[in-house]
Ligand binder design. Structure first.
Ligand code: PHE
Length: 330
């Protein structure tokens, strides 16, 4: 019996254990035979034998049950290790983010101009007076400097008030022909429902041999671009003024809300102003040492485009990081 006891202790599988159980408690097993033998005894001998037999039987039943529980526990443990799902983990439905409406609009604008073979240029956010003003035909004390109330640092450095300095940097870096856009952040001392101290512009500049680039090219590309952005709108060019372009214009689209009938958004004019543009002023070419060239330039505010495209009433809400606004752009 000691042998069987050892076998139970050493047993490594439930199947093996069951075989031992049958050999002990089965119809033809050890205890069945012992109880047969018991029948043949009498008196005290029978009593004594019966007692020992019951004790042994109990002992082996306990041993078998104990081992069975232990083996089952090991099995469950190894099963759990094999499967990688942790059912106790807290399951929160995962949610994907989305591009901020300003970046999304910026991407759409960039996509158009890249498809039209424009390169993408960059410039620093902290600019000097020369690139931001002087070279763009805005000499010191020029009243037009007030159009863009500026954040100044010491030693005449400043936060760029528009992306136009990148025109200058690009022309100083390379020679004509140039066909570039510059998307990026700009800064002005302004804060109300339609102005924030930081916003984004996309600048455009095309320069080629004198006579090869005209206002007609500018009109064509901007009209095509605005229809790409806003769908079936009318486009008109209104005379305007910028120190770095001559002639200068502002482009309007027919109001996308009232289709030109006149509403609150377009101040009942039927038109929405969307960008500034013009033929590059000769003084700008002089500042960068370009000769015998002509060109056009334009600049637009990305937030204004985003507001119009998504009917966002307050520009400031674009920068508050309120998830209730952002989640509407998934
Ligand atoms: N820099 C101008 C602005 O910030 C926009 C502009 C760019 C106008 C290029 C004409 C040509 O308002």
């Amino acid at each position: 019996m000691k042998e069987i006891e050892n076998a139970i202790v050493a047993c490594e599988s439930l199947g093996e254990l069951d075989k031992i159980r049958v050999s002990l408690f089965g119809k033809k097993g050890h205890f069945a035979a012992q109880f047969e033998a018991l029948k043949k005894l009498e008196g005290d001998a029978k009593k004594e034998f019966a007692q020992t037999l019951n004790v042994t039987k109990e002992k082996f039943l306990d041993l078998l049950n104990e081992k069975k529980s232990a083996l089952e526990a090991i099995m469950i443990e190894s099963e759990m290790k094999k499967s990688s799902v942790d059912v106790t983990l807290f399951n929160q439905e995962s949610s994907a983010g989305a591009l901020h409406p300003v970046m999304d609009t910026m991407d759409k604008i960039i996509e158009y101009f890249v498809s039209m073979n424009f390169s993408i240029e960059e410039g620093p956010l902290v600019e000097d007076d020369f690139h931001n003003f002087e070279a763009l035909n805005l000499p010191k004390y020029h009243p037009a400097r007030d159009m863009q109330d500026t954040f100044y640092f010491k030693d005449s450095m400043l936060l760029r008030t528009h992306t136009s300095p990148v025109q200058i940097r690009t022309m100083l870096k390379q020679s004509a022909p140039i066909r570039m856009i510059c998307p990026g952040a700009v800064f002005r001392r302004d804060f109300d429902i339609t102005h924030t101290p930081m916003f984004h512009q996309v600048e455009g500049l095309v320069v080629d041999k004198a006579g090869k680039v005209s206002f007609a090219h500018l009109k064509f590309i901007l009209e095509d671009f605005l229809k790409y952005m806003f769908g079936d709108v009318k486009v008109r060019f209104r005379p305007s003024f910028f120190p770095f372009t001559e002639p200068s214009a502002e482009a309007d689209i027919s109001c996308i809300f009232c289709k030109g009938e006149g509403c609150r958004v377009c101040s009942h004019t039927g038109w929405l102003e969307v960008l500034g543009c013009g033929v590059v002023d000769p003084n700008v070419f002089k500042a960068v040492g370009y000769k015998d060239v002509s060109g056009y330039a334009f600049g637009l505010g990305v937030e204004r485009f985003a507001m119009l495209l998504h009917q966002i009433p307050d520009l400031r809400s674009l920068f508050e990081g309120d998830l209730r606004l952002l989640e509407q752009f998934k």
